[in-house]
Design a protein around this ligand. Sequence first.
Ligand SMILES: NC(=[NH2+])NCCC[C@H](N)C(=O)O
Length: 293
Amino acid sequence: MYEEMDTLIEKASILIEALPYIQKLYGKTVVIKYGGNAMINEKLKNWVMEDITLLKYIGVNPIVVHGGGPDINSVLKKLKVESQFVNGLRVTDMQTMEVAQMVLVGKTNKELVSMLNQKGGKAIGICGIDGNLIQARKHYEYVNGEKIDLGYVGEVVSINAKVLEMLAKDEYIPVVAPIGVGEDGTSYNINADTVAAEIAKAIKAEKLMFMTDVEGLKYDKNSKEIISAISADEVLKMIDEGKIDGGMIPKVLGCIDALKHGVNRTHILDGRIPHCILLEIFTDKGIGTMIHL
Ligand SMILES: NC(=[NH2+])NCCC[C@H](N)C(=O)O
């Protein structure tokens, strides 16, 4: 009997640990990038959708930005569309872009929206074309001083914050597919990490969170311990020293850029940990890597 009571009281103390964070985040916006590989597993996806829905119901306004690499690749394969590579970088030709848009907007985005709605959230899926949300231009990659044309790969010119604010400040959860639109109406495929950071900047989000499928930042690749909190300067030093993996670089740079433009806290989480969003936001220690100025 008493033991039962103790566990119950422990549950209350967990909720009380969350109280200062709920107060701090109440009415504020949190941008969550939910990426490619962390999205494949249905069980993980369910936990993420529950966390996001819970955020909304306690008065925090989440905005979700998703990737979709694995979904796009599998459809490209089925359609037997072969990708060209220049210097190891994939070129997004017209046909690939068409498939990417179809899959990201038609499949990945709607799956997430439907799952959130299933959990009781009111999600609305949009891409950068809707309401001119993500204005973009063609991006050129420079490799050893050489300008490389990657086709329909874009970079963000500006974000129409109003579209997102309208939804997020109301009862909706915006779910954004990272397709941008050029002045002439051309669609561009844009790195979802960059889109998440640009959105966080434009709407002056309180938090930006990246969910990955790796453990997180470490000082030493072979160590088990992930870095719990680190400053932007320290991260830049680690990049210089070659200590941060390639795939992680757009995320940490996104975090730093967002911090410098008014976002309060940024986090990189291992999306394979059940309920990683709640654990990071509502506990003192968190479970991921927090990057601060
Ligand atoms: N990885 C960490 N050190 N996280 C600490 C998180 C602290 C607090 N819950 C927040 O979201 O701001």
